[in-house]
Write a protein that binds this ligand. Sequence first.
Ligand code: CO
Ligand code: CO
Ligand code: CO
Length: 322
Amino acid sequence: MGPGDLEELIKGLELYRDENTLVGVGDDAGVYAYGGEVYAHTVDFITPVVNDPYLWGAISTVNSLSDIYAMGCEPINALAVVGFNNCELEVGVLKEVMKGCADKLREARVVLLGGHTVDDKEPKFGLAVTGVCKGGRYLTQAGAKVGDLVAITKPIGVGIITKAIKEGKLTERDVKHAIEYMLRLNHKASELALSFANACTDITGFGLLGHAYNIARKSSLRLVVDFSKVPVYEEALFFVKEKIYPKGAVDNLNFLKEHLQGEGLQWWQTLLLCDPVTSGGLLFTFSEDLKAEVEKKAKELGVELWVVGWVEEGYGLKVVKT
Ligand code: CO
Ligand code: CO
Ligand code: CO
């Protein structure tokens, strides 16, 4: 979604596709069958979200792997994508970024095969990742069903928090818990989703509502989000009311407006739901009949889970507050 989105940019182009293309442009990752196996491919890179280069490298790595997990697949190898200005920043900084990356890749058991560095005024870091879809199985943003519940696996409000850090109103030490969530791989959440979900994505730059809209759009249904069920970082609640939030939250809201029905929410509550997230959790829908089973399995896996809404007939999004 959004004007700069690749899906929009390629509209009307005659792209080459072959019979091995199972999921093309427009989902969290592309899916391609080759040699009897099914693979998922994605690339993602971001500007610094925290001041500590080690943490930035680690968070960006978790963020880049997330699109593979959102497809219910296992990442296996990766290529680094680096934008860096040697004149302005010491190479030691970049080494720290790579150290954060290496630690997370080891945790995820993903091999770094190479990468590419370009001279760039604004530093950027991320990965192109290949994953394998075990047994040929994968999840997409399509497939949500009427009566499904909508669940998420990490709190929201990261964009507001990082904005407050950039403005010097917070330090990284004040928001250790939010950073811990950003450092958490979506590996286990992916395992949970693959067992039960009808549709799945991860929450990143378009915010909770933007990514919920993607599922609504791909599934031709309406997703309802109950604000009172959504886990939000306390600091984000505080700063959004002080009118400190990233421009991206407003952009997301403006884009979604025409597809969004709202009841009884304050301006800052809707804005929170549109706050761009870095390294967010998964968002997936599953049949209400499976609720007890999903919650049991989540506990076993150690995955935090919040049921924040449901799927109904119609199209687009609705926000409510119960
Ligand atoms: Co994604
Ligand atoms: Co992505
Ligand atoms: Co090269």
